[in-house]
Design a protein around this ligand. Structure first.
Ligand SMILES: Nc1nc2c(ncn2[C@@H]2O[C@H](COP(=O)(O)OP(=O)(O)OP(=O)(O)O)[C@@H](O)[C@H]2O)c(=O)[nH]1
Ligand SMILES: [Mg+2]
Length: 358
């Protein structure tokens, strides 16, 4: 790709130069206000055009990245007028760059803004209505789940919930928070099984919580242990299962989980992920879980990041619902049911000028 910078007194002049020198397929990557010689106000536009005849790389990962970039580029090229508008026009540009700052994927931000503009069909729209229409478009795509709501029939096949996910994301803490919620607020009987026998102290952490909550607690070290523990909780409304944190960037670890639950059809996997993780790592982890039935995603540590976009990227990319947000270390207080309203505050935090509440 050839990238060039153009400076002119006005946007129109700069875009004219772009078209003349790079042709009509050029895309605008960005712009900023500058001072031209003689201290005259001007504008600088960065533009790019695809170059032909470059050899394809052989590394499959690079190749897949290039494919994605190419598809983004072709999307941008096919809708370059919208892209230029989003880059140059206020309040579109402010909303777009705000979303990127909060970690929303460039492609998602662009695609949803473009859809919003197409739907609104007005040449110039005010920020509040843009934010509202954009929010509606995003929310339409995201599913929300209520694993323990009163509507769920007790003692059904779907009463076993396994907390799975990478190391240290907050699986055990989240299980304890939810055990309290299910027992105290929902009035259901709960049993807890720990198959986390890997780390010293891991079982004790949960045993202590179970003791405080007066919830029966069993440890399972193997598939047959797990089957016995499950059978002995036969009369419980909900069984919560804590699992060992693993590096699920390695696909094989998902296979280990499948082995443990092999005799228990209908296990609901609650995939616990940290909102502080990188977008690409979250994506890879979820990808590796495609071979098991994920009930919903739980995002923890939403209190420890300012960029929640990476969390929303996954909900737009994958068909999985979101059920809870972990909002701190306190057990049981720091947990929230995932709602549309709360999710939108992550994209448009109230009071920062992008909330649409002006
Ligand atoms: N700030 C914040 N901290 C959290 C949250 N959830 C869990 N933690 C903290 O994260 C740390 C790890 O929590 P654990 O529950 O032990 O995590 P885990 O996923 O069970 O860890 P492993 O079993 O070792 O894989 C602890 O210090 C928790 O207090 C949250 O929502 N916000
Ligand atoms: Mg744990």
């Amino acid at each position: 790709m050839q990238i060039r910078i153009f400076r002119a007194a006005t946007i129109a002049e700069a875009l004219d130069q772009v078209r003349k020198e790079l042709g009509h397929d050029a895309i605008i990557l960005g712009n900023r206000k500058i001072s031209l010689p003689g201290d005259v106000a001007g504008i600088e536009v960065t533009a790019a055009v695809e170059q032909e005849g470059r050899p394809e790389p052989v590394n499959p990962e690079i190749s897949s990245d290039i494919k994605e970039i190419k598809s983004l580029l072709s999307l941008l090229i096919s809708s370059k007028d919208t892209f230029a508008r989003i880059q140059l026009e206020e309040p579109l540009s402010e909303i777009y760059h705000g979303l990127l700052t909060r970690g929303l994927d460039e492609r998602q931000a662009f695609v949803f803004l473009r859809k919003t503009l197409l739907e609104m069909g007005e040449p110039s729209v005010e920020k509040k209505s843009l934010v509202e229409a954009f929010s509606r478009k995003v929310i339409e795509k995201i599913r929300f789940a209520r694993p323990f709501s009163s509507g769920t029939s007790p003692k059904s096949a779907g009463r076993i919930f396994a907390f799975v996910g990478p190391t240290g994301v907050g699986k055990t803490t989240t299980l304890a928070k939810l055990a309290a919620l299910i027992k105290i607020k929902r009035g259901k009987s709960v049993g807890i099984i720990s198959i986390d026998t890997y780390r010293i102290g891991a079982v004790d952490q949960l045993r202590t919580y179970a003791g405080i909550l007066e919830i029966p607690f069993l440890v399972a070290q193997s598939r047959s242990d797990f089957n016995k523990a499950r059978a002995s909780f036969g009369n419980r409304d909900v069984i919560l299962v804590d699992t060992i944190g693993k590096n699920y960037l390695q696909r094989d670890h998902v296979g280990d989980l499948r082995t443990i639950f092999a005799d228990t059809p209908g296990v609901n996997h609650l995939l616990v992920l940290s909102a502080t993780a990188k977008d690409v790592d979250l994506r890879q982890t979820i990808q590796h879980f495609q071979s098991v039935s994920i009930h919903s995603l739980i995002f923890t540590k939403v209190d420890e990041t300012l960029t929640h976009g990476c969390m929303i990227n996954q909900l737009l990319r994958f068909p999985h619902a979101v059920s809870y947000f972990g909002t701190g270390q306190r057990v049981p207080e720091d947990i929230e049911t995932a709602t549309q309203k709360r999710l939108l505050t992550f994209l448009f935090p109230p009071g920062n000028g992008s909330s649409g509440k002006e």
